[in-house]
Write a protein that binds this ligand. Structure first.
Ligand SMILES: NC(=O)NC1=NC(=O)NC1=O
Length: 242
């Protein structure tokens, strides 16, 4: 099977991190292909960034459909464009926030989310509620490191401290990493913090792999049916659906 891990931001270095983490857990015979948004923000840290990441994300979904991709991971913790992507795709489309929260909910009474900037906490809280995970989400915290500074070697100790503080403050049993750019820190943070630390890229990859292995695809009826034929104007003219 082919799983495309789409980074909705335009930073190839972050795509590489996500792709490597997904490939590390994929089954033999599962091909992991990273894709970087070619028309979007270099990082997603606001509603504005998130909105502007969606057209390029959808273009990557359309490209994957033309190439026969079996399923997709949206590798950004805001799960941007998830519903629209599901309308376009035949196979499963899983966001890293939904997958990470669902995985964490199996491991204890509750989890804490540790994300990048505190201004993204509201979006994460909305997603927890949408996914029915709010009863398991004991708290949401930010390490206040901008997304593109996560690659700084000093970032990992700041994030580890934020994770410890979150577990203590929330009395939680697990940590959900609130950014795809933290995916490569999962093992280190698990050792440092002493509770299960879940990276959504690997959780979403294995969710897609499980669904495709079961022969399951996105439902073609109702809300997630393919959008009706329509013209789109201006710079969106390339998104016209026949
Ligand atoms: N909360 C976040 O910082 N999410 C993210 N922004 C990105 O650019 N990638 C993420 O996963």
């Amino acid at each position: 099977m082919r799983i495309r891990v789409i980074n909705p931001n335009a930073s190839a270095s972050m795509t590489a991190i996500a792709e490597e983490c997904a490939r590390a857990v994929a089954a033999p015979g599962t091909i992991i292909e990273g894709a970087t948004n070619t028309m979007g923000p270099l990082s997603i840290e606001s509603h504005y960034d998130e909105a502007l990441s969606v057209p390029g994300l959808l273009a990557e979904i359309a490209r994957g459909e033309a190439e026969g991709v079996d399923g997709y991971v949206i590798a950004c913790f805001g799960d941007p464009g998830l519903d629209a992507a599901r309308e376009l795709a035949r196979g499963p489309v899983i966001g890293i926030a939904e997958a990470a929260m669902q995985a964490a909910s199996h491991l204890g009474r509750g989890f804490s989310v540790v994300t990048t900037l505190s201004r993204t906490i509201g979006r994460a809280a909305e997603l927890a509620e949408r996914y029915g995970m709010d009863r398991f989400c004991f708290g949401l915290h930010a390490c206040e490191i901008p997304v593109l500074e996560l690659e700084d070697p000093k970032a990992r100790t700041v994030i580890a401290d934020a994770c410890r503080e979150a577990v203590h403050a929330d009395n939680s049993d697990a940590i959900v990493l609130g950014c795809a750019g933290m995916a490569d820190l999962c093992e280190y943070l698990t050792r440092e913090v002493g509770v299960p630390v879940i990276d959504g890229v690997t959780a979403a990859t294995l969710t897609v792999q499980s669904l495709v292995t079961m022969g399951l695809r996105k439902s073609g009826r109702g809300e997630y049916a393919r959008p009706l034929p329509k013209q789109y104007t201006g710079i969106l003219s390339g998104f016209t659906l026949d």
